[in-house]
Design a binder for this molecule. Structure first.
Ligand SMILES: [Zn+2]
Ligand SMILES: [Zn+2]
Length: 332
């Protein structure tokens, strides 16, 4: 029931007192789930949706289906600060008077200056990747149009640390720090209800995007793989993701770990075949569409991802890097 026909799933009470409300968004994922958790005196939301009118209306209608309204919302917890999840934060806050909260490391996602600084360093990074002048100019243009210009949202009212607990209907919600897709990504576990809210950390069909971004550590893929191992022990608890379909969380996390081991092997073999720069390795790796069908945005995303894999191989001692112009990679 992946709704691949272009439809959007219905509003549903997935567990007593836990509602999933799909909200439309632009792009191939098509919708993002907002979850409403009933409290003794109202409800808590997990994520809010993208910041446009269509999303706001869908959320309002979804809350009504669940017998709720914005007045009932006491607080909004965010899995991470990406705009498909955080974009509506301010409007929901204004409509409800609720507090908003996410992990401290996600605040950078909203920070125009951090994005500008990252953009300033990006040009040099693309040179290190081996990207030629014309392609680099196109990528920098896409960067400033699609990323840097869309920041500047107000920060949340509160920060949520790893292990923080919240009382909800039928039990306790526990925050679990799972960086990688985003530096301060949180999953939320509700053991009594048998569910884990996985945000974009674990998705049922696609592999979440992982790569260098403002605020990411030196090795976002290493962080991501460690964070996948953190959710494997939840086994067959139902993963309720930010997009796509619910799935048993542990087995899917193991699949994603296997997937990245295969990608690591693919990147290593590209280096063995003489593809020595990030640009060239990325072009050689397998993506959902052929490289030639992509444009500057997708090439940039692919290179971030390829680079994240090379850093892990470097840390494992499989590869070494020559810090020339551009950086070149070789088997040790
Ligand atoms: Zn995301
Ligand atoms: Zn998302």
């Amino acid at each position: 029931m992946a709704y691949l026909d272009g439809g959007i799933p219905p509003v549903e009470e997935v567990r007593p007192g836990i509602w999933s409300i799909p909200v439309p968004m632009h792009g191939p994922l098509r919708y993002v789930y907002v979850y409403a958790l009933v409290l003794d005196d109202g409800a808590l939301l997990l994520d809010a949706g993208p910041g446009d009118d269509a999303a706001f209306s869908a959320l309002e209608a979804g809350l009504a289906t669940a017998g709720l309204s914005f007045d009932a919302i006491r607080g909004v917890l965010f899995t991470h600060g990406h705009l498909d999840h955080y974009g509506l934060a301010q409007r929901v806050k204004e409509a409800s008077g609720a507090w908003t909260a996410m992990h401290e490391a996600e605040a950078i996602e909203l920070d125009v200056r951090a994005y500008r600084d990252f953009g300033a360093s990006l040009e040099g990074t693309l040179r290190e990747f081996g990207v030629g002048d014309e392609e680099r100019t196109a990528m920098m243009d896409v960067w400033s149009r699609t990323f840097a210009s869309s920041r500047g949202f107000p920060p949340p009212d509160r920060f949520v640390g790893d292990g923080r607990r919240f009382d909800v209907a039928g039990g306790t919600l526990v925050a679990v720090l799972t960086p990688g897709h985003a530096p301060g990504h949180l999953c939320f576990v509700h053991e009594e209800a048998g569910v884990v809210f996985t945000g974009d950390h674990v998705l049922s069909l696609t592999t979440p995007n992982v790569g260098i971004s403002p605020g990411s550590s030196g090795s976002p893929l290493a962080d991501y793989m460690t964070a996948l191992e953190r959710v494997v022990p939840y086994g067959d608890l139902l993963g309720l993701p930010g997009h796509e379909d619910p799935m048993p969380v542990g087995p899917r996390a193991l699949e994603l770990l296997d997937h990245h081991e295969e990608r690591l092997a693919e990147a290593a073999s590209a280096i063995g075949d003489g593809h020595l720069t990030v640009r060239s390795v990325a072009e050689r790796m397998t993506w959902t569409s052929p490289w030639s069908a992509y444009g500057p945005f997708d090439w940039m995303m692919a290179m971030r991802e390829a680079y994240a894999h090379l850093i892990v191989l470097e840390a494992r001692g499989t590869l070494t890097r020559e810090h020339g112009h551009p950086h070149t990679w070789a088997h040790r």
